[in-house]
Design a protein around this ligand. Structure first.
Ligand SMILES: [Zn+2]
Length: 276
């Protein structure tokens, strides 16, 4: 771990930088959004870049376009509602591509196992988000395939804000009970399907970037069957990246997420002309 720590380069970009607006507007996501959301995102992205660090790892040369892309995707989760701009997240560590992470897994009885995992991203409960730029860029170019590692990892940040990364973020009054009931039932259904059907390869953290027809058929990535926290993260990806599909195939999940995020992305003008 310490080898790559020494190789980090810290980056801040001036919120008033002249190129920020055009860079933001060049993202395919921008054209999907209603004008109200575009205006709010244009306010939020400079605030995110002013308050958070984005650090290059593994020899990556950081650019403003990379930082704006990450900030825009992260801030998409904050539009139209009260928030504190991911208060526990200070730094995004950005690798050029999928990276190898060392993890210690503690089994029953206290036995520790050292594991090496190839990851596209990570979200630490109080601290950092780690991302693969190759996958962030792929997600920025493919905004309707249901996969988005930045949305996934920042959904984990929202989930953790109330102290537990358990699939239940801080919820508006009246939403906790239907959230618990519906998400538990949908999570159980995804677990049952993931056990009984061959699934697209999603062995890495967050969704594997597979866009074949099998993957599209799932709408909710079977990686969400890992645990309720992953279910919320993959549901968030589908909510924004396959909004018509999630609304059609999992209307109860869509409805809860629409209430939580206070957004209705299936109605975005950018979806017009696209098949659900
Ligand atoms: Zn995850």
């Amino acid at each position: 771990m310490f080898q790559w720590l020494r190789k980090r380069k810290r980056a801040h970009f001036s919120p008033a930088g002249p190129a920020l607006g055009p860079v933001l507007q060049s993202l395919p996501l921008w054209a999907m959004l209603p004008a109200q959301d575009q205006a709010e995102l244009a306010q939020l992205v400079p605030r995110f870049l002013a308050r958070k660090s984005i650090e290059a790892c593994g020899g990556l040369v950081l650019t403003q376009a990379m930082c704006v892309a990450i900030a825009a995707n992260a801030c998409l989760l904050l539009l139209r509602r009260k928030h504190d701009l991911f208060p526990h997240m200070g730094t995004v560590l950005l690798y050029p591509a999928a990276y190898v992470a060392q993890h210690t897994q503690v089994h029953e009885g206290g036995l520790e196992e050292q594991r090496q995992d190839v990851l596209l991203g990570e979200s630490w409960q109080r601290g950092n988000v780690v991302l693969s730029w190759q996958d962030v860029a792929l997600d920025c170019a493919n905004i309707d395939d249901g996969f988005n590692v930045t949305l996934h990892e920042f959904a984990h940040q929202l989930d953790a804000e109330n102290g537990a990364m358990d699939g239940a973020p801080s919820l508006p009054a009246g939403l906790a009970k239907p959230w618990a009931d519906t998400m538990a039932a949908e999570y159980a259904a995804l677990c049952a399907r993931a056990e009984s059907e061959p699934a697209p390869d999603s062995a890495t953290e967050s969704a594997a970037e597979c866009a074949d027809s099998d993957a599209a058929d799932w709408v909710l990535d079977p990686y969400g069957a890992e645990d309720p926290a992953e279910f919320f993260a993959v549901a968030t990806e589908a909510f924004f990246e396959d909004s018509p599909g999630l609304k059609d195939r999992h209307p109860a999940v869509y409805s809860l997420l629409a209430q939580y995020f206070n957004q209705d992305p299936a109605s975005w003008p950018g979806w017009s002309g696209q098949a659900p």
